[in-house]
Design a protein around this ligand. Sequence first.
Ligand code: SAM
Length: 262
Amino acid sequence: MFIKPKKSLGQNFLIDHNVLEQIVDTVEITNKEVLEIGPGSGNLTTFILKKNPKKIYTIEKDDELALLLKDKFSDEIIIINEDVLKISEDKISNEKLTVFGNLPYNISTEILSKWIVNIDKNFWFENLVLMFQKEVAERIIAESNTSKYGRLSILSHWKLNIKKIIDIKPQSFSPRPKIDSTLLLFTPRENFFELKDAKNLEMITRVFFSQRRKMLKKPFNQVFNNAKKVAEKFDIDLNLRPQNLKPEMYFKLVKEYESLRR
Ligand code: SAM
């Protein structure tokens, strides 16, 4: 059965067997429960199955592809024909999942952000093996004092350890995307900063990075009534720029903001 790929759903299917092999070799999944986001026509699913996982859950929004998958895999996999942005992944299983996803690029950061914000101390996953546009992956893994460092890097480092696995060329997909891709491995960060509300981190990093070339003085005054005092407490030079502060410092500033507003 031939199904025309839908651009609106970011359908670029992986066809390179070497890459598919490398993806499933990133972590050990034999006898583990796996969740695949956007299985598409099932290319990656086939490689996951070869590793003999205990169970495979898949979430596919496209009704046509969900039918095709049912046909192809029958009861070898569990197909959840839904929008991943509307699902509570923590309710899928009682076991910790290993997640694979050649994510639809138009919503990849939205998916990751949703997960990070909702994670509690009992992580619902053991590993996330996810593919992003290379440019987005670079922003996710960026460290402070670099030009790619920003809101997405800070949010990602909040609860996750991140490792780059491989870059993947457009030729590995059909249809070919215009850009390179990168596979990242995320694992839970045991002791992450507990914030009252992720929205405060979202707000503070938005204020700071919407003027990333300005000195810290300006965003500090916007966020804190007593900016000078807060800067002194954390030994921050207000002549520096937002990209000079490490993620940990942003978490401390959010905690301070939350305690001052109590
Ligand atoms: N995993 C397949 C592969 O590597 O060949 C397909 C990857 S393709 C880049 C992205 C897949 O995600 C498509 O099958 C698409 O239909 C599905 N998708 C797009 N938006 C989705 C959403 N909101 N929820 C669940 N699946 C979605």
